[in-house]
Design a protein around this ligand. Structure first.
Ligand SMILES: *[C@@H]1O[C@H](CO)[C@@H](O)[C@H](O)[C@H]1NC(C)=O
Ligand SMILES: *[C@@H]1O[C@H](CO)[C@@H](O)[C@H](O)[C@H]1NC(C)=O
Ligand SMILES: *[C@@H]1O[C@H](CO)[C@@H](O)[C@H](O)[C@H]1NC(C)=O
Ligand SMILES: *[C@@H]1O[C@H](CO)[C@@H](O)[C@H](O)[C@H]1NC(C)=O
Ligand SMILES: *[C@@H]1O[C@H](CO)[C@@H](O)[C@H](O)[C@H]1NC(C)=O
Ligand SMILES: *[C@@H]1O[C@H](CO)[C@@H](O)[C@H](O)[C@H]1NC(C)=O
Length: 456
């Protein structure tokens, strides 16, 4: 990985041991202003920044230049987990070379990167987290609160997902005796798909036995053609290292510790094909930026209550736009997510109701109450071509006339990564104006009018 800068910074001495800050490239986090809002005081800026996930970094022996992981761990550096952690160091990175740029309160993530020396374009697919200080992820606690951001998906085509979501990572990135790098180097990732990671809580995953499971709240999985928000509750507090059936792979999908399918609200899937899309004829027009508001409402209307509803609003051209009402025979015409919606949707759409098994919104809310880390990513999907988000029918051989089968207007022949990189080398998502606070405090009817003059 990114080895370009090490010669110029080779004067940095290797002063520490363990899965550690590397000696060659200093880690400098791009600043990204975010905002904290209250009903009485309005929105105030915070000096946050972003950090690239550790898996994207050059991981090498601390005294040299040899990768610790190529096809599996290097057995010389990593005969056991302790030696591995002491021997392997993570390098700082040059953010623009990964397709990551910030300016003020805006973050641009490009899915591809072009090597200036060769002009060869390759997949970068960056994933970054919001830091509240250089060594600590911000832990968002959003019960009885709302979370808002502006997004520009006009350059995110079918097959690509510009995602913003919360994972219940440890706020220090599981920094410990084995992991001296911590959140400063983007360690500690986990999500509800229980991905295999090289290190989990600083322990090297030497034979790939373990996955990193944790509660995940997908606020925004979208491109310019389709969008969904999806809680994925898990039987886990922060990261849970799963093995075997617990990871929910293959036939064990519905017996793992996480609800991998989740419960989604996708307007197209819910029978509103003219609500969200690329053109002025859609209610939410993705040719232009808009604001996405998500509210986490509790049973007792306090931050100690049980999560009962996840409500979505949009703001575009100064107008608040209510979420689309479900328009599917057999389902109530609701515009918001509750357990009742999730149970009914699984029955009518024919999915396995793992959401209820994992405790549904109550479990999701417990994680949201403990605090979750904000992740931003842009990615393609070699496995199912993003069909679960944007294609009709999905799966490609299903009957499009059945409820829940169509996910978005994209063709089932699309979404192939090899085609996307040729057709859309400039694909990128822009997230900006990230706000959280009291219900009703993060947006107004005139938000986008003011901001469109300033930025877009
Ligand atoms: C953000 O940083 C600026 C410049 O260092 C400082 O003046 C300001 O007080 C900081 N704001 C907060 C909320 O910490
Ligand atoms: C890369 O592309 C730019 C712009 O098209 C061009 O100016 C430059 O010479 C190219 N570099 C190489 C190494 O091909
Ligand atoms: C896999 O590695 C772990 C240590 O990370 C070890 O405890 C376990 O026994 C190994 N399993 C196999 C099948 O080698
Ligand atoms: C909106 O307009 C575009 C471009 O003319 C067209 O392709 C699309 O089908 C229209 N969508 C709806 C829902 O009318
Ligand atoms: C929960 O209740 C306690 C005790 O009343 C209070 O101090 C605390 O601020 C509440 N927490 C939230 C998130 O509202
Ligand atoms: C937004 O503004 C319009 C017209 O100014 C008003 O009718 C509407 O109630 C407002 N909506 C909200 C949610 O404030």
């Amino acid at each position: 990985m990114a080895r370009t800068a090490f010669l110029s910074s080779a004067l940095f001495a290797a002063t520490t041991l363990a899965q550690v800050p590397g000696p060659y490239t200093p880690e400098v986090h791009p600043a990204l202003t975010s905002y904290k809002c209250t009903t009485s005081g309005g929105c105030k800026p915070a000096n946050s920044s972003i950090v690239l996930d550790s898996a994207y970094r050059w991981l090498h022996n601390v005294d040299g230049y040899t990768n610790c992981v190529t096809n599996g761990f290097n057995s010389e550096f990593c005969p056991d987990v302790e030696t591995c952690a002491k021997t392997c160091s993570l390098e700082g990175v040059d953010y623009p070379s990964y397709g990551i740029r910030t300016s003020g309160d805006a973050l641009t993530l490009s899915i591809y990167k072009t090597d200036p020396a060769t002009n060869v374009t390759t997949l970068s697919s960056p994933r970054v987290y919001l830091l509240e200080d250089d060594e600590t992820y911000e832990a968002f606690k959003l019960l009885n609160k709302e979370f808002s951001f502006d997004v520009d998906v006009s350059k995110v085509p079918c097959g690509i997902n510009g995602a913003l979501y919360f994972s219940e990572m440890n706020e220090k990135g599981d920094r410990n005796e084995l992991n001296k790098a911590g959140a400063k180097y983007g360690t500690g990732y986990c999500d509800a798909q229980c991905p295999s990671q090289n290190f989990i809580k600083g322990v090297a995953n030497l034979n790939g036995t373990y996955g990193a499971c944790c509660n995940e709240m997908d606020i925004w999985e979208a491109n310019r053609a389709a969008t969904a928000y999806t809680p994925h509750p898990c039987d886990a507090i922060e990261v849970r290292a799963c093995s075997g059936a617990e990871c929910g792979n293959g036939d064990n999908r519905y017996s793992g510790v996480c609800d991998k399918d989740g419960c989604d609200i996708n307007p197209y899937r819910n029978g509103n094909k003219a609500y969200y899309g690329y053109g002025a004829n859609y209610t939410v027009d993705t040719t232009k930026p808009f604001t996405v508001v998500t509210q986490f409402l509790t049973t007792d209307g306090t931050g100690n209550g049980t999560l009962k509803e996840i409500r979505r609003l949009y703001v575009q051209n100064g107008k608040v736009i209510q979420n689309a009402k479900v328009n599917v025979p057999g389902l109530d015409p609701v515009d918001s997510m509750t357990d009742a919606y999730c149970v009914a949707q699984k029955k009518v759409f024919g999915g396995t109701d793992d959401t209820a098994c994992q405790g549904g919104l109550k479990t999701m809310g417990e994680a949201i109450g403990r605090g979750m880390v904000l992740a931003f990513a842009i990615w393609d999907d070699a496995g199912s071509y993003m069909g679960w988000l944007d294609q009709d029918p999905f799966p490609a051989d299903a009957d499009s006339s059945q409820p829940g089968v169509g996910r978005g207007p994209c063709p089932t022949t699309g979404g192939r990564p090899a085609d996307l990189i040729k057709q859309y080398p400039d694909a990128a998502v822009v997230f900006s104006n990230i706000r959280s606070g009291d219900i009703g405090s993060t947006y107004s009817n005139s938000t986008m009018v003011r901001r469109s003059v300033r930025r877009y």
